[in-house]
Write a protein that binds this ligand. Structure first.
Ligand code: ZN
Length: 478
């Protein structure tokens, strides 16, 4: 009846037997680099001609709640049921200690038969939990989801890029369900390893103890470029993120009749809904990592310094730069409270391993000045283009780019790699490879494209997921 018992009765499917070596796939990397380059140049194409309304009537997060209704006192039975439900919710998210503490700490009900039997049930499950091997945590990533394939695939010059690099809503829905059915559970990067102090009080990075029932496997999800770039306007994507009436992040999308609708128009609200219905898909409330560049602003708000100039203001009298920044910061805060981790994706979508050291510093500082204050700082960087500041071997202390990022507070470094597992836990940082689940990857993993490809077998059946509304063949990269 409740989520918890549903979870227990669910069948577990086989785990992957696919264990690719931890090597960088040079060809894939090059392709990603090339495709990323296409995006970069398009993105930098100029300033906006049209802007969203500066202040939205659909962002009532700060408004007063409805005047409080007459609240009748709960019966004792209802109060106990609420407590048991709350404990079940915690346990469904694998926080058995929290569930037990909630029940045993409740003076009114701790000695009831119901509470005692729930505690016994949680203790029993706890004794069966298995520690996740931190080196066996896969990481998948997406870009903004295509909500309307007819607009993304309308034959214009952006179609190929979307077809290669984006995932459709339909595909994303199927991926969530398939991975859930296979026992995948979302975790945070900070759950895999985190900074703590050794016996001498010095900071040291340690692998975390993620405890899951047998048959479950941990994974990380991320989404790049959650900026709702201006070039995407009219192409079937959300236009920005707002804080909904329930205080949770939700997306806006422009409708054909010119109106703006708030709803599940991208990964965040879709994932939230899925976890609402399947709380055992999320370890202790973990959601995804969201990465932002800075040059076009974040979350659909035009927060880059170039929008704050007198010239821009003169050309766009209705635009309120300070309000854009305030709204972006408000949404970022709501995302963090909702379980999302926020990350840098470099300021200018730069190849952070290849650009000059001077440009590297300029870009890193710009993100630090323009974006970090909006998101409240971060210790995560998801490199664009699948770039990295080192090769597959652990970062050397002599690596000046690594040192510079560390000096800016970064401790988690993610590149792009098609290996199932790529986790390195260093003395003061963690690295992880990420797998692109986009049109390019899925199309070239279809049996009809290449019967020997098995990049995705551990995650889902690509034939069931691949969206047939895509133009095919999905063009090769480059
Ligand atoms: Zn990117």
């Amino acid at each position: 009846m409740n989520q918890y018992s549903r979870r227990r009765s669910r069948r577990r499917r086989g785990r992957s037997r696919n264990n690719l070596p931890l090597i960088l796939s040079g060809a894939v990397l090059a392709l990603i680099l090339l495709a990323g380059g296409i995006f970069f140049f398009k993105n930098k194409g100029g300033f906006p001609v049209s802007l969203l309304p500066a202040s939205s009537s659909n962002a009532p997060g700060g408004q007063a709640l409805e005047s409080s209704k007459e609240t009748e006192p709960l019966t004792e039975e209802q109060a106990l049921q609420n407590l048991l439900d709350e404990a079940d919710r915690l346990a469904a998210g694998y926080d058995y200690d929290g569930a037990i503490a909630l029940l045993t700490g409740n003076e009114q009900f701790k000695d009831t038969e119901e509470a005692a039997s729930a505690v016994a049930k949680y203790e029993e499950i706890k004794s069966t939990l298995v520690r996740v091997d931190p080196s066996k945590v896969t990481h998948v990533f997406f870009h903004s989801l295509i909500m309307d394939t007819s607009k993304a695939f309308d034959g214009d010059h952006k179609q190929n890029g979307y077809n290669q690099m984006m995932t459709t809503k339909d595909e994303f829905d199927k991926i969530l369900q398939a991975m859930y059915d296979r026992g995948f559970v979302l975790v945070r990067l900070h759950d895999i390893a985190s900074e703590t102090t050794d016996e001498n009080g010095n900071p040291v990075f340690k692998a975390g103890d993620i405890m899951l029932p047998p048959g479950k496997q941990a994974f990380v999800m991320s989404q790049d470029d959650v900026c709702y770039y201006e070039y995407m306007d009219g192409d079937g994507f959300a236009s920005r993120m707002i804080v909904g009436e329930d205080g949770k992040p939700v997306c806006e999308m422009k409708m054909d009749d010119g109106s703006t609708s708030a709803g599940a128009y991208d990964l965040v609200p879709i994932l939230d809904e899925f976890i609402e219905n399947h709380p055992d898909f999320s370890y202790r409330g973990a959601k995804a990592v969201l990465a932002f560049t800075g040059y076009n602003g974040i979350l659909g708000y035009r927060t880059a310094a170039s929008y704050g100039t007198a010239e821009y203001q003169a050309e766009h009298p209705d635009f309120n730069y300070e309000e854009e920044k305030a709204q972006a910061a408000k949404v970022a805060q709501a995302l963090k409270e909702d379980g999302y981790e926020l990350a840098s994706h470099s300021w200018g979508h730069r190849d952070m391993g290849a650009i000059s050291m001077e440009d590297f510093i300029t870009d890193t500082d710009k993100w630090d000045t323009e974006v970090a204050p909006l998101v409240g700082g971060t210790d995560i960087i998801l490199f664009p283009f699948g770039s990295d500041v080192g090769d597959w071997r652990p970062y050397a202390d002599s690596n000046e780019r690594f040192q510079y990022l560390k000096s800016k507070g970064f401790r988690y470094f993610c590149n792009v790699d098609s290996a199932q597992y790529y986790v390195q836990i260093g003395a003061d940082h963690m690295r992880q490879g990420r797998r692109n689940l986009d049109g390019y990857r899925m199309y070239y993993d279809l049996p009809e494209s290449n019967p020997t490809k098995t990049h995705l077998d551990d995650l889902f059946n690509v034939e069931e997921v691949f969206d047939r509304s895509r133009p095919t063949p999905v063009p090769p990269m480059g």
